[in-house]
Design a binder for this molecule. Structure first.
Ligand code: FES
Ligand SMILES: [Fe+2]
Length: 349
């Protein structure tokens, strides 16, 4: 493990795709949790996630594999597997191979997201992905708008931003910072209630930001005051030191004016996009300090870190106290290099 962070990959539900990414009968290669994976949709439309490599001779299901009914078919010698990973057929043998089992990840499609459960020891899901009413209410809320980013920092650094009220003024240059009313933990869930004043051309409006997290990979944030906006924030670990950050937004419809709805939604998405661009260089180049020197008026970092610690089944070795990033590069350099070599599939231009 790198010394970038004391944290291994956390367990939980993580968004591995949006529904439109994978069609019925399609098998796609993915890389998350430091593993090669295959995402496929069976002929009944149900998505599944399995390890990528066939236990027979190691072919990657996501490169040429196919789907037949409810089975995944290997491109190399045609072996078939059920969604739970058991070998159901070897086309040139009378028998199956009981030892040939592909690891499977519990998968659900809900709220317009495809989510898979990851646990390093393959433990069964310990909670459910909740339904988010706004993303299941096309009459009152707009179609989802999405954004995604690759961030070279561990999940916890990104999530800690939520309790860091002081950074808004310095990183995002906002005049108003959220005022925390309550921050409660309930096992793998956390609930944050805060008041936020939003400056508008017609003066300052009193609003709210309420954030509910369901494990490390799924947060639902309600913004109200100007126009009700709901954001599902999904951080998916690529490894112990990098994340794929996915956002899905919807906005309460302001009547039947589609153009107006999309303008209001777009302004909000643009603001969040701007904030990510501002946060990213901080996250990617910051060290992780095991014992930060906090101000008495800082946000509830200690509480957040205690909550986050529960998701590391492999334990946390934070004996180094300071964990530094591997390199330090101006953002433009990284961007030019990855664009030139086309190596950054998540680059958002
Ligand atoms: S490698 Fe998959 S069937 Fe042979
Ligand atoms: Fe931020």
């Amino acid at each position: 493990m790198s010394m970038r962070s004391p944290f291994p990959i956390p367990y939980g539900w993580f968004q591995v795709a949006w529904p439109g990414d994978v069609k019925v009968g399609q098998v796609l290669p993915l890389e998350y949790f430091d593993r090669h994976l295959a995402l496929w949709r069976d002929d009944n439309g149900v998505p599944h996630v399995n390890d990528a490599f066939c236990p027979h001779l190691g072919a990657h299901f996501g490169h040429g594999g196919s789907v037949d009914g409810e089975e995944l078919v290997c491109p190399f010698h045609g072996w078939r597997f059920a969604p739970d990973g058991t070998n159901t057929k070897i086309p040139y043998s009378e028998r199956t191979n009981k030892k040939a089992c592909v690891r499977s990840y519990p998968t659900v499609e809900r709220n317009g997201l495809i989510m898979a459960w990851y646990h390093p020891e393959d433990a069964a899901p310990m909670w459910e992905v909740p339904e988010v009413p706004e993303f299941n209410d096309p009459e009152n809320f707009t179609e989802p708008v999405t954004r995604d980013y690759r961030v070279e920092a561990p999940w916890q650094e990104l999530a800690e931003n939520g309790v860091d009220s002081a950074h808004f003024r310095y990183v995002h240059h906002t005049d108003e910072v959220p005022e925390l009313e309550a921050y409660e933990m309930d096992g793998p869930f956390s609930h944050m209630r805060s008041r936020q004043r939003f400056p508008t051309p017609r003066g300052v409006v009193d609003g709210r930001i309420d954030a509910d997290s369901y494990g490390p990979g799924f947060s639902v944030i309600h913004f109200s005051g100007i126009v009700d906006t709901v954001l599902m924030g999904c951080n998916v670990p690529l490894s112990d030191s990098a994340c794929h950050m996915r956002f899905t937004f919807c906005v309460r419809k302001l009547g039947d004016d589609a153009a107006l709805n999309s303008t209001v939604g777009q302004a909000f998405v643009d603001e969040i996009h701007k904030q990510v661009q501002e946060d990213k260089p901080i996250w990617e180049n910051k060290a992780h300090l095991v014992r930060p020197a906090l101000a008495d008026t800082d946000g509830p970092f200690t509480k957040f870190r205690r909550w986050a610690a529960q998701f590391y089944a492999e334990g946390v070795d934070d004996s180094a106290l300071v964990y530094e990033p591997q390199g330090s590069y101006p953002a433009e350099l990284i961007e030019t290099a990855s664009r030139k070599h086309g190596s950054d599939p998540f680059a958002n231009t």
